[in-house]
Design a protein around this ligand. Structure first.
Ligand code: G6P
Length: 610
């Protein structure tokens, strides 16, 4: 959740490097921030409640020169997001500074014994025990050894960075469960939660594994386990460039990402479709045809928007490949006693590849002998590395906290997967060709829908003051209703619920009156006639209907108060199109309500705590 960055190197501008890096990480957490720099054998630090700009304001006039430092942007777990609880945390003598992303589960016991030994605590955080533990061992050991000893005593997850005033040539980092990437520059080293923070300086990176550490000096660095065994890492070249993590003229990352979708959907399919035979190819699966044919059951796991993509995946795979699919919230899967039989294939779907529940569910499935795949966006992320194989969605960096382009790319990849599996079963080449053609048309169709942005904005203007919304759809469009409602909740703090349209009669209908906008996702698919009945039921109770449908669908058009048109496609591909106006609607409502679209309150992009 939190974002951390550290620097050691030849530059004397560590403050600038860290603040710039923090801004790139702000989407991971933004309730408080802080920085610590070692210069001339002493530690300078500052922290504040609020966003990075607040920290910058506070630092105005402060000398931030130096060549070693660490910084943090927080998403609070233990302790209010105030200045005291903000990181970095310091030891009793204010000589060691530490930033942490994760949770120390046994902090209470440790705190008690450290207090008994005379350590004075200032904060309500779990993190502070770590810095006091390090202080305890640092009296007799090198900094990295003290860190190792401290880490062996804690249970929980961490990505940490540590510096000490009297060791001005050392930056120590370690990970367990929270990502750490090391950027290798010329005579300098950047250590951060995410490549976005260091992309401006280098694209050469290594990824630490769990229970590993990095010790960097001004000249070099080395990596070990926390047991102090040496480990070698391959250096990876990051494909993303700086432009991809900028707003590119859009007022918000979310809007930029919504508008990128024609391209990102195309990228998800690039090189993976064979028009002539109606096939798809997903090399990353790394399974033989025989193995793919032997699959008896598929389990899709994810959280948030990725879970919605999984629900659509269930429709796609069952419809096209006729393989039974189960969709599970990762957080539930990991704590149940899931049945994994021979022939079960598990897919962990995660944009970031770091969501802790999805990762834990993946590990649980692996432990039970399932063949596990990842469907991730972030290359080199933990889920991508820990799954046996998988498919990247290639959506490029997604910075807006509310996921948009990753969702449509996830569905696209799941469609390709359904086609791969379907063609090995009952889907003929002719049917396959039809699906391939429909898939190839999607990017242009999404571009077409994006042209109706102004109309969607007008609808937003009419309804932005409403405090409740209902989203209804059937079949594969039911998860789209869930996703539309989630987008609105996340960024505008408006209460919204998604329901299967027919279920409305079993409860939500009681909410309908002239103040209730109801968004119907009702393209001309096999459920169309049934949804018309549901629209009638809403209209009969004076509800306001916003319909997402195709041109020419007269019944809907006549009944709805507002209509947003989407082009025709195959029934099971409508979710890719239907979600676009819902993303735009949520976006415009949030802007009109004055909400911070890219950094909604209480949320974080990457949820690395349980
Ligand atoms: C957070 C984000 C959501 C995202 C979910 C799962 O809640 O705010 O946008 O859908 O995590 O994230 P993942 O990276 O695993 O897809």
């Amino acid at each position: 959740m939190c974002g951390i960055i550290g620097y050691i190197g030849q530059s004397n501008e560590v403050g600038k490097i860290l603040i710039e890096g923090l801004k790139r990480l702000e989407y991971r957490g933004y309730d408080s921030a802080g920085i610590a720099i070692v210069r001339d054998g002493s530690l300078t630090w500052e922290k504040t409640a609020g966003k990075i700009v607040k920290l910058e304001e506070k630092l105005r006039g402060t000398d931030l020169s130096g060549s070693l430092g660490i910084a943090h942007t927080r998403w609070a777990t233990h302790g209010e997001p105030n200045r005291v609880n903000a990181h970095p945390h310091l030891d009793c003598e204010k000589k060691i500074a530490l930033v942490h992303n994760g949770i120390i589960e046994n902090y209470k016991v440790l705190k008690q014994s450290l207090e008994a030994e005379g350590h004075e605590f200032e904060t309500e955080t779990d993190t502070e025990v770590l810095v006091h533990l390090i202080e305890k061992f640092y009296k007799d050991d090198e900094l990295e050894v003290a860190v190792q000893k401290a880490l062996k005593m804690v249970d929980g997850t961490y990505g940490i960075l540590v510096i000490a005033a009297d060791d001005p040539d050392k930056l120590v980092g370690a990970r367990n469960g929270s990502p750490i990437v090391v950027g290798i520059g010329e005579g300098e080293c950047f250590v951060a939660s995410d490549v976005a923070a260091i992309l401006k300086h280098t694209r050469q990176v290594i990824y630490l594994e769990d229970h590993e550490m990095i010790v960097a000096t001004h000249e070099s660095f080395h990596t070990t386990t926390i047991e102090n065994e040496h480990v070698d890492h391959n250096v990876h070249e990051v494909e993303w460039d700086l432009e991809m993590i900028e707003k590119g003229g859009f007022p918000h990352f979310m809007l930029k990402e919504i508008f990128e979708q024609p391209e990102t959907i195309r990228n998800a399919m690039r090189g993976r479709l064979i028009s002539s035979t109606g096939d798809a190819r997903l090399g990353g699966l790394n399974m033989t045809e025989e193995e793919l044919r032997a699959i008896k059951r598929i389990v899709l796991i994810g959280c948030g928007t990725s879970w919605h993509a999984a629900l659509i995946g269930e429709y796609l795979i069952e419809e096209i490949a006729r393989i039974p699919v189960e969709v599970e919230y990762a957080s539930e899967f990991r704590y149940r006693n899931p049945v994994i039989e021979d022939g079960t294939l598990v897919f962990a779907i995660s944009q970031s590849g770091e969501t802790v529940d999805t990762l834990a569910a993946l590990r649980e499935a692996e432990k039970r002998g399932a063949h596990c795949m990842g469907i991730c966006n972030v290359v080199g992320s933990t889920i991508a590395r820990e799954s046996h194989a998988g498919v990247y969605i290639h959506a490029g960096p997604e910075i807006g906290v509310a996921s948009t382009k990753a969702f449509t790319s996830q569905i696209t990849v799941l469609s390709l997967l359904a086609l791969v599996l379907g063609r090995m079963r009952m889907v003929s080449s002719t049917e396959g060709q039809k699906i391939v053609k429909a898939l190839q048309t999607l990017p242009d169709q999404v571009a077409e829908i994006l042209k109706s942005d102004d109309e969607v904005k007008k609808i937003a203007e009419a309804y932005y003051q409403h405090n409740n919304f209902l989203y209804l759809g059937r079949g594969a469009n039911y998860p789209v209703a869930l996703e539309g409602a989630l987008k609105l909740k996340e960024i505008s703090y408006v209460h919204a619920e998604g329901y299967p349209a027919a279920e409305m009669k079993h409860g939500p209908i009681a909410l309908i009156d002239e103040n209730m906008p109801v968004v119907f996702i009702c393209p001309k698919d096999s459920a169309y006639n049934k949804v018309i009945g549901n629209i009638n039921e809403v209209k009969a109770r004076q509800g306001k209907v916003i319909a997402i449908t195709n041109k020419g669908n007269k019944d809907v058009i006549d009944m709805a108060d507002h209509v947003i048109y989407i082009p025709k496609t195959l029934d099971f591909l409508y979710p890719v199109l239907a979600v676009i106006p819902l993303q735009l609607l949520a976006y415009h409502i949030a802007v009109l309500r004055g909400c911070n679209v890219d950094q909604p309150r209480n949320l974080a992009k990457s949820v690395t705590v349980e």
